[in-house]
Design a protein around this ligand. Structure first.
Ligand code: MSP
Length: 658
């Protein structure tokens, strides 16, 4: 396959066009988000892109749904087309073309194709006697039915007897097999290619491509009694977008056509290329079929089961739970969908999995590097990005390696692989800060070294923000803004994904933490809290209370204490308080905590700096000598602390202690 930059012309990428019977949901959104990330990635590389999606309006089920609602079918489809456009906008999809099959230009293209193929003899008229599944919009011969029902959706089918037009799909079976075998990248991933080969080898039948007895559809030219079958009509949208019949040579053939695995063998990998062969038009370079999103219990997400996952609702929920902005929530969901599953495989969608990744990938890894580095630049360098001095360039090799991995992954639609390469950079960055300890360099007055370390880290964040832009476009822009690069949009390009290009002297512009960490424990506890009965609500009697005290606390009670691993990154005396110290402790959150601790009698600030400690993270904040303290450090000792509770080996900041 050839989806890499350097190809001439535009990068043409498509999604299926969606039936206007269901609102956009996680499945259709996933296809569109994946295609958007790919389109954005190529734009980032400086390639011109044509990214098209749209709606498939001429289905029988569309007509029936409109009739059931008592509205005109045009009114019905107009409403849905608008809904889709809005939904894609809300998911940060940057489209170049939204096609509707009711557009006159598409109608002309479909009629032209039919006419041409009638002339070449690839479309012929014959009797059709068989079945039709309205929900799937497929013609089914008797032999394909399973227990008399549709083999795909299991629902009842309708009997059809009509004079119809047929397309000679069977004529192209051998040529198709040859093409698939000669071009291993034509159908991806491999598992899907094998499925298609198996499907073709069982024998391709000619396809019925018209429907009688309805006027909802594009009329067969010269035969107003028949409309063109909705799938034949819909596939032609890819040609319409490229200017058919005068195909734009800068656009055709498509570089990547993305779809779900359900519509690959029967349609996109057989009828579609056969139609193109019959028209003598080059085939698309690559068809990518992804797996299905299923519910956490493994059940299929479908409208008929009423378990549709609507990403607008998921966004609302994420905003409410985490307190992040809507734009961040949308990007977090995009990132989750692309990182959670290997492209091509099925994935299960659950709020728990989304929140887990929100905390681990975003609040921890990405949030951490940003919220540790920018304050350092603020504190130690007056908020100005330093000049890269001798010794900077620590990430040159890692960035180069990541770029290679990302480019290979994106060319093969391995979105997870691409994101993992970005996350390796983040891990390297976070580790670098831990090891090079800017607070220490500052204390030791090693100004040059400190500048080099902070330059390298902000520069790495700049590269990461750029690399993340196809996946989380708005988050990237916010990081960019916090880096002080708002006026330097031109630097956000593939070409600038090299170390050392952060303009020295830029004033960073810290903002609110982008990803507020979700307290999963609290959330779970809230969800599980049993409703309190009036009996339970009564105050415990004295004897009851006493027996409770004697028997100790329950595990449940103990587990309410949120103990976390932290590292002391700064220590200051508290004025007029001999016993107290003000500690800045990093517990893996967006912002380090301030903890006032009575440790001054036993420990010098020097001993505490950089110590690994255990922090009570959910203690109510208290103001001690005018300083707000947000947590407590565990130490052993009766009245005076004699030893810190610390860890005997390295472990991630923020890890739970129990
Ligand atoms: N109108 C046809 C496509 C014509 S293209 C020339 C159609 N439309 S659809 O509305 O049913 O959308 C199908 C596409 O939605 C699938 O191919 C897939 O891309 C996506 N998905 C729908 N449900 C899905 C999941 N549960 N999971 C993942 N994607 C699925 O078929």
């Amino acid at each position: 396959m050839d989806t890499s930059p350097g190809d001439s012309g535009k990068f043409y990428i498509t999604t299926p066009i969606y039936y206007v019977t269901a609102d956009p949901h996680v499945g259709t959104s996933y296809t569109t988000i994946v295609a958007d990330a790919l389109a954005r990635y190529r734009r980032l590389q400086g390639r011109e892109v044509l990214f098209a999606t749209g709606v498939d309006e001429h289905a029988q089920k569309v007509l029936r749904a409109a009739q059931a609602q008592g509205v005109s079918v045009m009114q019905f489809v107009d409403g849905f087309a608008e809904k889709y456009k809005q939904a894609w906008g809300a998911l940060h999809i940057e489209l170049d073309r939204f096609i509707r099959t009711t557009e006159p230009v598409h109608r002309a293209a479909v009629q032209d194709v039919v006419q041409k193929l009638v002339q070449t003899g690839d479309i012929y008229k014959a009797a059709y006697e068989g079945w039709y599944c309205v929900p799937c919009e497929t013609y089914l011969p008797e032999g394909d039915l399973v227990d008399g029902n549709c083999p795909d959706c299991g629902r009842p089918v309708e009997s059809l007897e009509q004079e119809a037009y047929f397309f000679r799909t069977s004529k192209y079976a051998d040529a198709l097999l040859e093409h698939i075998e000669d071009n291993p990248e034509f159908i991806q991933p491999d598992s899907r290619r094998n499925e298609v080969i198996g499907f073709i080898k069982t024998g391709l039948r000619d396809s019925c491509i018209s429907r009688a007895g309805t006027d909802w559809g594009i009329p067969v030219p010269g035969d107003e009694q028949n409309v063109v079958y909705v799938w034949f009509d819909a596939l032609i949208n890819y040609l319409t977008v490229a200017g058919y019949p005068d195909l734009d040579p800068a656009v055709w053939p498509p570089d990547a056509q993305v779809m779900g695995k359900d519509i690959l063998p029967r349609f996109h990998a057989t009828i579609w290329p056969a139609m193109l062969m019959a028209l003598d038009i080059p085939l698309p370079k690559a068809l990518f079929a992804h797996g299905w999103w299923v519910c956490a219990d493994g059940s299929k997400i479908s409208k008929s089961k009423g378990n549709i996952v609507d990403l607008q609702q998921v966004t609302d929920e994420l905003v409410q739970i985490s307190g992040c902005t809507r734009e961040v929530a949308v990007d977090a969901i995009r990132c989750f969908l692309m990182r959670e599953v290997q492209f091509g495989l099925d994935g299960s969608f659950s709020m728990d999995a989304l929140l887990g990744r929100f905390n681990a990938d975003l609040a921890n890894d990405l949030g951490n590097i940003l919220n540790r580095t920018l304050p350092f630049v603020g504190r130690y360098l007056d908020g100005l990005v330093p000049t890269p001095g001798p010794g900077s360039g620590a990430f040159a090799g890692a960035v180069e390696e990541a770029l290679e991995q990302i480019d290979y992954a994106m060319a093969h639609l391995d979105l997870r692989g691409a994101l993992e390469a970005v996350w390796r950079l983040l891990a390297a960055g976070n580790k670098f800060i831990d090891q090079r300890a800017p607070w220490e360099l500052h204390k030791e007055g090693k100004a040059e070294e400190l500048a080099a370390v902070l330059y390298d880290t902000v520069d790495l964040i700049r590269v990461v923000a750029t690399l993340l832009s196809p996946f989380m476009p708005r988050v990237s822009v916010e990081i960019w803004r916090q880096l002080g690069l708002e006026q330097q949009a031109g630097l956000m390009s593939w070409e600038h994904c090299r170390v050392g290009l952060f303009p020295a002297g830029t004033r960073i512009c810290r903002g609110d933490p982008i990803f507020p960490r979700v307290d999963l424990k609290k959330l779970k506890a809230q969800a599980q809290k049993p409703a309190v009965t009036p009996e339970q609500a009564k105050p415990a009697s004295k004897s009851n209370k006493r027996s409770k005290e004697l028997s100790g606390i329950t595990y449940e009670q103990f587990s309410q204490i949120d103990l976390r691993v932290g590292r002391v990154i700064d220590v200051e005396p508290v004025p007029d308080a001999d016993k107290l110290l003000k500690l800045t402790v990093d517990i893996g959150e967006e912002q380090p905590r301030t903890v006032v601790a009575g440790l001054a009698e036993t420990f010098s600030p020097r001993e505490l700096l950089d110590a690994n400690v255990v922090v009570v993270a959910n203690l109510e904040p208290a103001t001690i000598r005018g300083v707000q303290s947000d947590g407590m450090i565990l130490a052993a000792g009766e009245k005076v602390p004699v030893a810190l509770v610390t860890l005997d080996r390295d472990c991630d900041l923020g890890s739970k202690v129990r």
